[in-house]
Write a protein that binds this ligand. Structure first.
Ligand code: HEM
Length: 419
């Protein structure tokens, strides 16, 4: 291949023998990621025996996202996502992507969204109806149960639904942990490994039952599973539909729930924004976008190079694991003034968005298929909640991100005060 390398791509410093950068990654992956920008547009990190090339600039992230044939789904995170999402739309290879996207896209057709939002609103009302003035709310769990309404099959007993949500959280945390430790540890019968496997088995069982039930029944629900079954038609391959349902659960429940959780946390620290949310119609959208800039629900994602290629003036061999990070790019001062500040007004009138990189939904052909739906849900949840309630931080509580595939607060307990 052509030689571009005048200077080699730097290694991130402070790698330890054997484990590499595992310790800072496990301790505070966001701070570790953000610090990598200082070493240039690309930097090698080492995790155990293998290396990944982290892209720190918006331009190169864009190049990677636009060439999904060369930079295909793969790498340390996707290897683990596939353990649950199988060959669904998020994780399938480029060679199968166009076909799958054509089948899944109609599920998110504009005409279907009002039905999904109505279903979600039922659950939103139910959850908000349980809040008590002065009571403490587990914001993260409540938001998750609201967004899950359109994702989970109908007719599940509440205990099964709760179990499923807990299982999903076990898997999302397990995916991230497993992506930074050697595969050889999978077989060690630790409680965490057993929990992960049991969670997977249970989720698979519920999803398989639900597909059977939906196929056998003649009721059409206004939910995503009905949408999928309609799109795949009577002859659709059940194994693939199964992967798509698990993919939706993993990709669409916690992501949107966490946007709203972080938004409520941010709004609690900005009473002026909270007041304005009750009067200004289009502010909720700007708050949602600004929250997704500061706390992109999926802060880091991986790819694998399918051939020798060039990136940023460097040779990159086939089989290289690449990581791109919405978190890293969206917090850069070169793109956003005062990048760590929560400033929903930087989104102009909601249409005139800054010409700055926004990677929270990825990009190129693999851009999120649920983007419009996710934003519409988050907007509706945020405006409904802030119209009825003020959420206040519980004194003494610290809100810190957990190590999970989705950028989620470890806990977010807040006090509800009727507005
Ligand atoms: C605010 C909420 C959401 C965020 C921030 C988000 C984020 C993302 C990101 C970053 C990607 C690209 C992954 C990559 O580049 O490797 C993606 C893809 C995807 N998302 Fe979302 N997502 C959200 C909501 C949803 C919802 C509600 C669904 C619906 C079930 C969904 C389903 C998917 C699917 C199926 C893909 C794969 C698309 C493809 O490869 O063609 N997402 N999402």
């Amino acid at each position: 291949m052509a030689t571009f390398d005048a200077m080699p791509i730097p290694d991130a410093p402070h790698a330890l023998p054997l484990v590499g950068h595992l310790v800072p990654l496990a301790r505070d992956r966001l701070a570790f990621l953000a610090g990598l920008h200082a070493y240039g547009e690309m930097v090698w990190i080492r995790i155990g025996p293998w290396k990944a090339l982290v892209i720190t600039s918006a331009d190169l992230s864009d190049r990677v996202l636009r060439d999904d044939r060369t930079f295909d789904k793969g790498g340390y995170l996707y290897d683990r996502i596939r353990e649950t999402g199988g060959n669904g739309l998020v994780s399938c290879a480029h060679s199968d992507h166009r076909r799958q996207r054509r089948l899944v896209q109609p599920v998110f057709h504009r005409d279907r969204l009002p039905g999904y939002l109505a279903l979600m609103s039922e659950q939103l009302d139910e959850v908000l109806g349980r809040w008590r003035d002065g009571g403490t709310v587990d914001v993260r769990a409540d938001m998750q149960s609201i967004t899950a309404r359109t994702m989970l099959p109908r007719g599940l007993p509440p205990a099964v639904m709760e179990r499923m949500l807990a299982d999903m959280n076990v898997i999302l945390a397990g995916v991230t942990w497993r992506s930074i430790v050697p595969k050889s540890l999978d077989r060690v019968p630790t409680p965490a490994n057993r929990r992960y496997r049991r969670a997977q088995e249970r989720l698979r069982g519920v999803v398989a039952d639900a597909i059977g039930r939906y196929r056998a029944g003649d009721t059409v629900h206004d939910d995503l599973l009905s949408g999928l079954l309609a799109s795949y038609g009577a002859e659709g391959d059940d194994a693939e539909i199964h992967d798509q349902v698990l993919t939706f659960l993993l990709a669409g429940t916690e992501t949107t729930a966490n946007v709203v959780s972080w938004a409520l946390h941010l709004v609690a620290g900005h009473p002026d924004i909270e007041r304005r949310l009750r009067d200004e119609e289009d502010l909720a959208r700007k708050v949602v976008l600004e929250t997704m800039r500061l706390y992109p629900p999926v802060p880091v994602l991986t790819r694998i190079t399918t051939k020798d290629t060039e990136l940023g003036g460097h040779d990159v061999p086939a089989g290289t694991a690449i990581a791109y990070s919405p978190y890293l790019v969206q917090r850069q001062g070169g793109h956003f003034k005062d990048p760590d500040r929560f400033d929903p007004d930087r989104w102009g009138d909601g249409k005139d968005v800054p010409r700055a990189p926004f990677l929270a939904f990825g990009g190129g052909a693999r851009r999120c298929v649920g983007d419009t739906f996710g934003i519409a849900e988050a907007e509706l949840m945020l405006s409904t909640i802030t119209r009825r309630w003020s959420l206040r931080p519980v004194p003494g509580s610290r809100v810190r991100p957990a190590l999970s595939l989705v950028l989620t607060p470890r806990t977010l307990r807040m006090r509800a005060v009727a507005a």
